[in-house]
Design a protein around this ligand. Structure first.
Ligand SMILES: [Zn+2]
Length: 147
């Protein structure tokens, strides 16, 4: 049996469209000039309905994580151990997600660890944003490159 896939709600349609193209789009309040998450048709801080969507970097850091050694749903039994996390994006919002490409070992993962988004295609319609350890620390990409 297949695992259940997310069913996009109308207010989150833009988020899931972005994921399908392997882009992360987050709602942005024009009045607060700040991002918020989860998607809602109005800003949860000022209740203004002037909301846009902006593509974000996909970079962030682990805020909190959990290593799961027992599946609470039998459909995930083959996946244990796996890691769930709350990731804080550079843009300040937090997403609940899975951590991939990492040893499911609490000694190898820590809060503040830099991560970047990757997408897992579940179907033609749905891709899941997950996060992996960032390839390099911010700014490191340009170090050692002759100018
Ligand atoms: Zn606002």
């Amino acid at each position: 049996m297949d695992k259940p896939a997310p069913v996009p709600m109308p207010e989150a349609q833009r988020f899931w469209e972005g994921c399908r193209r392997h882009q992360l789009w987050i709602p942005y309040c024009n009045r607060c000039q700040d991002f918020f998450f989860y998607p809602r048709p109005f800003c949860p801080r000022c209740f203004d309905w002037s909301v846009d969507w902006r593509q974000v970097s996909g970079r962030g850091q682990i805020y909190a994580f959990a290593v799961h050694f027992r599946a609470t749903n039998p459909l995930w039994a083959d996946d244990v151990p796996y890691v769930t996390a709350i990731v804080q994006l550079e843009e300040g919002v937090r997403l609940f997600t899975h951590l991939v490409e990492v040893e499911p070992d609490p000694q190898q993962i820590h809060s503040g660890m830099p991560v970047e988004v990757v997408f897992e295609d579940l179907s033609e319609e749905v891709s899941l944003p997950k996060f992996r350890p960032a390839a390099s620390a911010p700014g490191a990409a340009t170090e050692g490159v002759p100018s």
